[in-house]
Design a protein around this ligand. Structure first.
Ligand code: NAD
Ligand code: ZN
Ligand code: ZN
Length: 382
């Protein structure tokens, strides 16, 4: 069949809407008709080149080419067909995309860390998870697919291990944003920062991911949540959704957190700016108190090797710096659980979808993200 998709042909280019050819799903695969796709900042790292292995490294390592690439890893859709052997979903089911698949068998999956599943290693290369062959073709050539999902398309063929079944009555925009940004942000606070009742938490960068670190910290019982973002409307959104204070910069947060904690500083600082740079770590660790945790959620340029860090304070104040992938949990459990919190009114999702776009407006949507206009922009297909 033929379908329309947003394809990136190289760094620093616009997304281009192309007609691609799709083969039917093979063993373990499903054909999904996407209904909504979130404009997560992670796809933007492909446009800027921050998340593209440079040719001089890729070549000698024998890593596969990257472009042309079908984009999108945050999404919700309906299963239209299943290949042989598929057991977890059937045609008509509604699913959330899972940008790290869960094989259920590797050492990470069997120890309750499906966010680290071994299948995640190859999600940026070409070919299907099952056997490395292609179901997506563009004018007869191979294309790679972001996270083996490609939610910036009307249809794509994915592995069933990349889909999480969800209740069909849920709004698809809500399901779409839970599939990456919400699970990542909430999990950064709940699982990785291990926020406890009474904690003081700072969230740096309140976009689609950070706003959910704010909500996660609130659900975990934080007594104070300081949202840091230079964009005023994001500060206001954070205050509406659980932040107790909002400021424009980490420097501005310094006297505030000092006052809130009588000098003890924050139990957790969660870094969710659009891009992680090495010079953001020192001010974040200055905001982190004795025995506190600094969680790095934002994606840095792949080649970023240095960071400012006071190593004396790291040991003597027993601070911790922790990375986090997909909320450090189990997306197959966390996605339905967060959607249940949404249903009961304890997690706000509709408020996070600032604007919806058609697939053809994808570049406008990403420009709005760069301009700070959206908490989350979402493409809708229906
Ligand atoms: N670790 C993971 O598994 C994972 C998953 C999804 C996204 N991410 C990453 O998380 C980051 C955030 O994604 P997003 O979709 O929310 O991005 P976004 O662009 O929607 O939001 C980023 C926010 O950070 C703010 N900001 C930028 N620089 C800042 C600074 N120095 N101080 C304070 N605020 C600042 C911006 O104003 C914006 O509101 C991205 O790097 C994304 O790739 C990581
Ligand atoms: Zn994402
Ligand atoms: Zn696994």
């Amino acid at each position: 069949m033929k379908t329309r998709a947003a394809v990136l042909w190289g760094v620093h280019q616009d997304w281009k809407i192309e007609e691609i050819d799709l083969d039917p799903p093979k063993t373990g695969e499903i054909l999904v008709r996407w209904l909504a796709a979130g404009l997560c900042h992670s796809d933007e790292h492909l446009v800027t080149g921050d998340m593209v292995v440079p040719d001089e490294i890729r070549g000698p390592l024998g890593l596969p080419w990257v472009f042309p690439m079908l984009g999108g890893h945050e999404g919700a859709g309906v299963v239209e067909a299943v290949g042989p052997g598929v057991t977890t979903v059937q045609p008509g089911d509604h699913v959330a995309a899972s940008f790290i698949p869960a094989c259920g068998r590797c050492r990470y999956c069997v120890t309750g860390r499906t966010n680290l599943c071994d299948l995640g290693a190859a999600v940026f290369g070409p070919g299907q998870i099952s056997d490395g062959t292609d179901r997506h073709h563009l004018d007869g050539r191979r294309i790679s697919i972001v996270a083996k999902l490609g939610t910036f398309a009307e249809h794509s063929v994915i592995n069933e291990s990349s889909a999480v079944r969800v209740d069909p009555d849920l709004p698809m925009t809500a399901v779409a944003i839970v599939s990456c940004g919400v699970t990542t942000g909430a999990g950064s606070a709940i699982h990785r920062a291990d926020v406890r009742p009474g904690d003081v938490v700072v969230v740096v960068g309140v976009g689609g991911v950070g706003i959910n670190a704010v909500q996660g910290a609130r659900l975990a019982g934080a007594r104070a949540i300081v949202a840091v973002d230079p964009v005023e409307f994001k500060q206001k959104a954070a205050l509406d959704l659980g932040a107790t204070h909002a400021v424009a910069s980490m420097q501005e947060a310094q006297p505030l957190v000092t006052e809130l904690t009588v000098g003890q500083m924050a139990d957790a600082v969660i870094l969710t700016p659009g891009v992680m740079y090495g010079d953001l770590l020192a001010p974040a660790l200055t905001l982190t108190g004795k025995g506190g945790t600094c969680v790095v959620t934002a994606v840095a340029p792949m080649t970023q090797m240095t960071a400012d860090i006071n190593l004396f304070e790291l040991a003597m104040w027993q601070k911790e710096v922790r990375g986090v992938l997909f909320g450090a949990g189990n997306p197959r459990a966390d996605i339905p659980s967060l959607l249940a919190l949404y249903r009961s009114g304890q997690l706000k999702l509709d408020e996070l979808v600032t604007r919806t776009y058609r697939l053809d407006q994808i570049n406008e949507g990403y420009q709005d993200m760069r301009d700070g206009k959206n908490i989350r922009g979402v493409i809708t297909f229906a």
